[in-house]
Design a protein. Structure first.
Length: 67
């Protein structure tokens, strides 16, 4: 199952997704700063745009516009 997931998504995107999820979770638990959550989600949207650029341009453009 892990091999199927890693072949579907690049490793760099998986690492960014995990770091974003960890950042959001830690900020929700300890209530540090909402701007940190906002910045991490923006980084995730940009990474998603770069990931989807070759396969799905519409999704990529939506990600960039939302950023």
């Amino acid at each position: 199952m892990l091999k199927k997931y890693l072949s579907k998504y690049p490793l760099w995107f998986t690492v960014i997704w995990c770091l974003t999820a960890l950042t959001v979770l830690l900020n929700l638990l300890f209530w540090r700063n909402v701007l940190i959550i906002l910045f991490s989600v923006i980084v995730l949207y940009v990474a998603n745009g770069f990931r989807a650029w070759n396969s799905d341009r519409k999704l990529s453009l939506v990600s960039f516009v939302l950023t």
